[in-house]
Design a protein around this ligand. Sequence first.
Ligand SMILES: [Zn+2]
Length: 234
Amino acid sequence: MRMNLLRLMVVAAAAIASSLFLAAPANAQDAPAAAPEAAAADDPWNGQIFLTFDDGPGGSYTDEILDVLAANDAKATFFMIGQNAQRDPARVRAVLEAGHTLGNHTWDHPDMTTLTRAQMDAQISRSQTLLESFGAEVNCFRPPYGAHNTTVNQAITAAGLQRQLWNEDTRDWSKPGVDAIVDVLLGATPGDVVLMHDGGGDRSQTVEALEIALPQLAAKGYTFGITPKCSSTA
Ligand SMILES: [Zn+2]
């Protein structure tokens, strides 16, 4: 009862301070003081952070990322480019056999907003067919660059997929340095969808940052799972 009263007071204070931030300050006040069990009970994500890797398979970087994920008991979603998957079927199978989930990231990574609806449909369906040929259940689609509009959204929905963007961007594609990637990773909290890349170039910074950050996040009690939109519906 005392906690409820405190919470009411916090909310009331926040409301006076700014109605824009009614919910956020209350949560920010609660989180650091709460016991781990209490925090988990309030967390609809059950402590999960959602790691995602785009543009693969990405050669040996994919192998190294699979290794660091396994070492931290982490599951992740890999948004593969169809033509890359076609070129490297062994790594597609390795990702699936490790218990990770695939997402559709088009056939060859166009900006979907520049395409006709028919071209959008082809980008999605060609990649979907290829990924499903590995026995994968693919429930989600991520548009390259996050670029989308009403027509793109309609094409995604028509394909029976859910659009999965992200809310934490490591900007690892720009090779900002290991520390910069680690900083973004360590800022993640349950429910966050974190954007990284295993394909498209030299991803050694991404690998090194994961090796540093994942054990620290795990030490906070966080786990690493598949996004709800991409998870198996079986
Ligand atoms: Zn991409």
